[in-house]
Every structure is written in C-alpha cells, then in structure tokens.
Design a protein around this ligand. Structure first.
Ligand code: GLC
Length: 553
C-alpha cells in the first residue's frame, strides 16, 4: 500500500509516534471454533482495529510450539503452529493489515527455545562437550556425583533455574539452564552458530514483509562469565526490574547482539523496527537498549509500574522524556500487556495485594472495579497525549478488568504450577475478548468454546454494546486516538503546567491536559472548552480519577 511505501524523512520514522495494538492471538478471535484464537480470526476482525485508529499491531507468538508457555516456547521459528493456522494465513493477515494501512510487528523469542526444538532434541542425544550441547547452556553439576545444580539461580516462574538430563547411557548427567520453565532451555548467545541462526530467522520474517519485531526477554540473553551464584532480595521483581547487577539480566554483552540486528534490519526498506522487552530497574539503564545503533524502541516498564499518584506519575514522565531523549530515542508508553494485571484493575490494587502475584478466587481485598476503571480511563487519557509511541493491549479499549474468578482447574500459566498455586500468575489478563453480547463465547467464535472461561458479566464490555454507547471506554479510546492523530501528539514536546500537588498537568500546543489524582474535584480554568474527558462531567469541576483535554479561550 502506497502509504506504507513512502520513505520517511530522518526523525519521522513511523515507530517514533505510532500507536501499536498488542494482539494476543489465542484470545483475540477464533475462526476455527476450537476455543483458541487464530490468524484467520485476526484477519476477520481487522476492520475493528482500523476503526479504532491504531497504526500497527504486534502479535504475541503464533509460531510452532507445544504451548507450555502460551507460545513463548518456540519449536520452529519459521512456521505457524497449526493451532493458529498456516504460513499462508499469516501472509493473508499481513496483506490485509497493510491494505488497511496497519503495520505488523511479530514477537521474536531469542533467549530460549522450546525443549521440542530440533536443536534441543539433538543436544539431549549428544554427548557433553559436543557442538550440539554448545548451542544451549549445559554444565556439570556440583557435589560428589554432579547431583547439585551448577549454581543457585531461581527461575522466574518459581523453582530452580537448572534441570538435570539423563545421558544416552541412562545415567544422570549434565544440567541445562532455563530462566523460565524447564521446557524453555536458554540458548548460549556466545555461540556464533546461534547468532547466525537468528540473523536468518529475522530475514525469514522480514522477507515476508513484517514491519518489525518485539524482542522477548531482550535483557536476558547474555549471562555473566562463570555463572556466579546470586540471591535476589526477598522483594525483588522476578523479571529483574528493581535490581541492579543481576548476573542474568542486562549484561553488557546483549548490546552487541542488537547492534548486529540493527544492521540486518537496515538492509531492508520501510523503517523496520525492533522493540525490546527489557525490564531494567531504572530508565537510564532501559534507555541503553535504544541508543542510535541498537533497538528502535524499548518498553517503558517503569512507567507501567507507576502507582496512581500524581508526583510519581509526573516524575516518571519527566524522567522518561529526559532519559530516552538523551539517546535520541522516543519514549514509549504502556499500561497493560499479557504479563501484568490489566490496568483497569491494577490501578486500584492495594499494598496487601500487589502487582506480580496475579488475582484469583482466594485473593483478599480484590481491586474495586469502578475505581479501577475510572483510573484506567484517566491514565490512558494522559498516556495518549504524551509524545512518543504508545502500546495498547487488546481489550483495554473495552475497559476490561482482570478476570479474577478463574477456577483453578482452568489455569494454564506455568507460574501457577511452578509455585504450587502460591502465585495465580497471568491467566486473568489473557481471557478471550467479548465481541457481541448475545453470541456464543461473546462472539469470540461461533461454537462457544473458550480456552479460559469468560466472566458472565462481560456481555456489558462487548464491542457491540460499547460501540453504541457514547460514554463507553471504546468510544473514549476512539476519540482520544482521533484527536491525538489530528494534533500530532505522537511527536514534538510538552510544556509542564502547575495544577497543584494532586494533579498532572501539561500542554501540547494549544491543548491542555489535566488529570486529577487527588481526593477532591479540581476547578478547570475559566474559559476552558473540553475536547475529550475520561468521564462525563459538567465542564467546570474535574472529578477525582478523571483526566481531560481542553483548550482555553
Ligand atoms: C516474556 C513474555 C512472557 C513469557 C516470558 C518467557 O516475558 O512476555 O509472556 O512468559 O517472556 O518467554
């Protein structure tokens, strides 16, 4: 499509200002009716994303996988899992998206493969010290007979980070490293063969026409020399956010890999982009991923993790603009994804129910749905006025809360199993979308099957219902995206304004943005004309947990 072929002037590449919508394929739309979403389902619903007004979609993994971690365990990087369709279905979806002016970003999982990957199967059969084992991180165990793991590292999903194998002769043998589940062995990125394989995988998808990659666990691929023991503090974040100098997160060596990939993408036309998933403790460290010759974007997780507090929110926005600006990259903004409690619930979490545990039937003090939704709408109203690129996660445009009552028997997140039910994990943000109020599975498919049960009250959140309601979250998102586009809010800079200690206030050109994070209504200046507000109000006193875009006479 002509729109996609234009060569952008330097500094105006599409990814600098794009709104990118994350599709979680297994829960978006299910054309086959087996209860798991698929690529033809996505193609059939692209018009709704065009109407919403997003610039690009990012698809979580749909490659061949035994689905031990919902596809983040890839057995063949160059094919589509039959659950989701075929490579032809992918090409059809890609062309249909491009025909609508929507770019397509795919998820690449380079830190680890599935244990079913041909290379890992070969490694298991091969001898210690062989080239087959050298593609992964195999080590001899400690102890008299190698019965103890090589070090004390703890897996992100709970339990140890090492699994012992049985050698070809039937004796207990070496151990291999897995930052995540034992079915997700880590590659050894010091091995040139691994590097060459991934250059080739990048080209495979670039040749098919993808516009970029979201890079999974982009901060984990290089481990500190000698694999030294490490014990995280009790309150550490399992993905590394919060802790400096972890021997498996954010090691310097990862940056060379991205410089190399940057050069691969530069061989192609059309401003292809890399976006890294790098959970680092500070924005300064996060910005290292987007120096001019590395990735183009990285997720702003410090922003996502910020609590509903005016000072904290103002500070993280300032720091993001400063730190990303210092390396010449746009900031990104993100409030929800498939790994965190949906922000319509998260923003009402309390200290005794923190982010990171998931929410389930036995969670005490569940977040209040009305407060959460009001805050989520206000938070998004602030986010979509910020300069840089914004990520949306499917369903947030409907105001979906976390599904908090999923019965244990349906749970699939390895976190739940690896912690023996201590942490509910992430299933609550992954429930299939409601499209129509009265259809089977709320229109997710025609059969009513659904891999995770949808809460009975989700009819009210269905796209069909919200489309007809001017005050719905969907209508708010459409308005915000249209005005953002009209005023070019994705680029340029902002001017801070003072509206007291419980507000966040700034100006984008002639448009003022004001969010009330306090406990009392806030007066709007005389002569203010509201353009969009996160809740209906009388146009004078801005209610608590509400944000507004307005102009002044
Ligand atoms: C990333 C993904 C997450 C997955 C993990 C292991 O954090 O976003 O869903 O479980 O990597 O691949």
């Amino acid at each position: 499509m002509a729109q996609l072929e234009q060569i952008a002037a330097p500094g105006s590449e599409w990814w600098r200002s794009a709104v990118i919508y994350q599709i979680y394929p297994r829960s978006f739309a299910d054309a086959s009716g087996d209860g798991i979403g698929d690529l033809p389902g996505i193609t059939s619903r692209l018009d709704s994303l065009k109407e919403l007004g997003v610039d690009a979609i990012w698809l979580s993994p749909f490659m061949t996988s035994p689905q031990r971690d919902a596809g983040y365990d890839v057995a063949d990087y160059r094919d589509v899992d039959p659950l989701f369709g075929t490579l032809d279905d992918f090409d059809t979806m890609l062309n249909a998206a491009h025909a609508r002016g929507i770019r397509v970003v795919v998820d690449l999982v380079p830190n680890h493969s599935s244990a079913q990957h041909a290379w890992f199967q070969e490694a298991l059969k091969a001898a210690p010290g062989s080239p087959e084992r050298a593609r992964y991180i195999f080590r001899d165990g400690k102890g008299k007979n190698g019965e103890l793991p090589p070090n004390n590292w703890e897996s992100v999903f709970g339990g140890g980070m090492w699994e012992r194998v049985t050698e070809a002769d039937g004796t207990p043998g070496q151990w291999y490293l897995h930052i995540f589940d034992p079915t997700q062995p880590d590659f050894d990125w010091n091995n040139e063969e691994v590097r060459e394989e991934f250059r080739s995988i990048l080209r495979f998808w670039l040749d098919r026409g993808v516009d970029g990659f979201r890079v999974d666990v982009a901060h984990g691929m290089i481990k500190a020399d000698g694999l030294p023991d490490y014990t995280p503090p009790a309150d550490a974040d399992s993905m590394g956010g919060g802790e400096a100098n972890v021997p498996y997160w954010g090691q310097d060596g990862v940056h060379d890999i991205y410089r190399d990939w940057h050069r691969v993408l530069a061989e192609y036309d059309g401003d292809r982009a890399l976006c890294g998933e790098a959970w680092m403790p500070t924005l300064k460290q996060t910005a290292l991923w987007v120096r001019p010759d590395e990735m183009h974007q990285t997720f702003n997780f410090p922003y996502l993790m910020t609590e509903w507090d005016a000072k904290a929110l103002g500070d993280v926005i300032r720091e993001s603009l400063d730190e990303f600006g210092a390396v010449g990259a746009p900031s990104t903004w993100v409030l929800s994804n498939h790994d965190v409690v949906r922000h319509a619930s998260r923003l009402a979490l309390t200290d005794d129910n923190p982010q990171g545990e998931g929410i389930g039937p036995n969670t005490p003090h569940k977040p209040d749905t009305a407060i959460g939704l009001a805050r989520a709408r206000a938070a998004t109203t602030v986010m979509l006025a910020l300069p840089g690129s914004a990520y949306l996660y499917q369903g947030e445009e409907l105001g979906l809360p976390e599904a908090m009552e999923i019965p244990d028997a349906f749970r699939q997140d390895p976190t739940w199993f690896r912690t023996n039910g201590e942490r509910y994990g992430r299933d609550g943000c992954r429930v299939p979308l409601p499209w129509e109020a009265d259809a089977p599975a709320f229109g997710f498919n025609e059969t009513g099957a659904s891999w995770l049960p949808q809460p009975a009250d989700w009819a009210a959140y269905s796209r069909e219902v919200e489309e007809k309601d001017e005050t719905s979250t969907l209508s708010l998102y459409k308005q915000l995206l249209a005005v953002r586009r009209e005023h070019g809010f994705g680029s340029g800079s902002l001017v801070w304004e003072d509206a007291g200690t419980h507000a966040v206030a700034f100006r984008r050109g002639a448009v003022h943005v004001l969010a009330n994070l306090g406990t009392k209504p806030l007066e709007l200046p005389a002569g203010a004309t509201v353009i969009v507000s996160s809740q209906p109000f009388d146009g004078t006193a801005l209610p608590v947990d509400t944000a507004v875009w307005y102009t002044k006479a």
